[in-house]
Design a protein around this ligand. Structure first.
Ligand SMILES: *[C@@H]1O[C@H](CO)[C@@H](O)[C@H](O)[C@H]1NC(C)=O
Ligand SMILES: *[C@@H]1O[C@H](CO)[C@@H](O)[C@H](O)[C@H]1NC(C)=O
Length: 349
């Protein structure tokens, strides 16, 4: 290599290095429901909690945290994949402060939804309140890092939103109200509209890298299958169709917003196919059971019904796709997170 070529080469790799440093995600900021709540519900008055055994049985050697799983949840694995930290602390937990939240914070609340009426069902944190907490967090972060550095972190951070299942299963199809007001399609449009407003507000507050997650195959959650007992506990196709339809609406909304909001990179993270694959062919992934959950009888237990005196809880959660009747095991969460990082979030790595 000649001297000039060498110099050019060095300059080019230096430039690449700089670009890489600038592209680094300094923090992960999470909004949503139990799919990503790392323990905020421990701090509020609701019956929807999981800060007791056997939850967390495989978390850091056995530690219930308020995560609805036997171990970590997808956002923890995503944080780790981005070279940040192995777990994302919940905003309301007083044992953490801004020194921890500066690299990742979770505002999610189990049982919540896009719709205010959903968070009312079990008295959990509504999505608008998660946004208020985020605004409060911005102030604390600016006081801690200074304006310039804080704005840089807020702009380069990756925002993860995962919510929506409860709007259908805990609200629309369970209690009267929304179902007499809206057809299912109207309700989906109503929710997608809230999602759009939420993301637009995040953008106005400085967020630029955002992922919004789609719904899982809701009809295959053990709780829903258990109601299908006369059809051999098959997945409830009606609910899976709602998931697919709603995911399509979200995907369209993502395309629109990417055109409307300059400089934003919004991605749609779809867990549907990988989860359905695990449910239909559990052996391929090293699971033995995808129909019933590990906890209790595996058909209906979650939250306080999934406790340590239940004699039926399985001994090896790794052979189950689902931990309780509504939530995946840590192993499933890891597979979903790996998949989402590779297919949807890779551009932010
Ligand atoms: C945050 O918590 C740590 C302990 O985990 C403590 O040492 C530190 O002083 C606290 N910082 C602030 C700013 O409160
Ligand atoms: C939900 O409630 C908040 C607070 O009362 C309100 O600002 C917001 O407009 C409501 N959202 C919808 C879609 O009704």
């Amino acid at each position: 290599m000649g001297y000039q070529t060498m110099l050019l080469f060095l300059l080019a790799s230096l430039l690449l290095q700089i670009l890489k440093i600038n592209a680094k995600v300094p923090a992960i900021i999470v909004f949503g429901d139990s799919s990503v709540d790392s323990g905020n519900n421990n701090e509020i008055s609701t019956v929807l909690k999981s800060n007791f055994e056997p939850y967390g049985r495989d978390f850091n050697g056995g530690q219930p945290t308020g995560r609805f799983s036997n171990g970590r949840i997808p956002t923890d694995f995503i944080s780790e994949a981005f070279g940040i930290k192995p777990t994302i602390p919940p905003y309301l937990d007083p044992t953490y402060n801004i020194t921890h939240f500066a690299t990742g914070v979770c505002f999610a609340s189990a049982g919540t939804g896009y719709d205010n009426a959903t968070s009312d069902v079990l008295s959990v944190i509504p999505l608008w309140k998660e946004m208020q907490y985020y605004k409060e967090y911005q102030k604390t972060l600016r006081a801690y890092l200074g304006n310039e550095k804080a704005n840089e972190v807020l702009g380069e951070a990756l925002y993860l939103i995962s919510i929506g299942t409860n709007d259908f299963l805990e609200n629309y199809y369970l209690i009267p109200g929304r179902s007499s007001e809206y057809t299912i399609e109207e309700y989906q449009n109503f929710l997608a509209g809230i999602a759009k407003e939420f993301i637009t507000e995040l953008y106005q507050l400085g967020a630029r890298k955002i992922s919004i997650a789609g719904l899982p195959p809701m009809g295959c959650l053990p709780l829903e299958r258990a109601t299908n007992i006369f059809s051999g506990s098959d997945c409830v196709e009606k609910y899976n169709d709602v998931s697919k339809d709603f995911n399509e609406k979200l995907q369209e909304m993502v395309m629109e917003l990417n055109k409307e909001l300059a400089g934003m990179r919004l991605v749609f993270s779809n867990p549907y196919d990988i989860l359905l694959d695990m449910i239909q062919d559990p052996n391929k992934f090293g699971f033995e059971d995808a129909v019933t959950a590990c906890c209790g009888t595996g058909f209906f237990e979650m939250s306080y019904l999934c406790d340590n005196v239940n004699p039926f809880t399985c001994s090896d959660a790794n052979s189950y796709v689902f931990w309780d009747s509504f939530h995946p095991t840590e192993k499933t969460n890891q597979i979903v997170a790996d998949h989402v990082v590779k297919t949807c979030l890779a551009e932010f790595l």
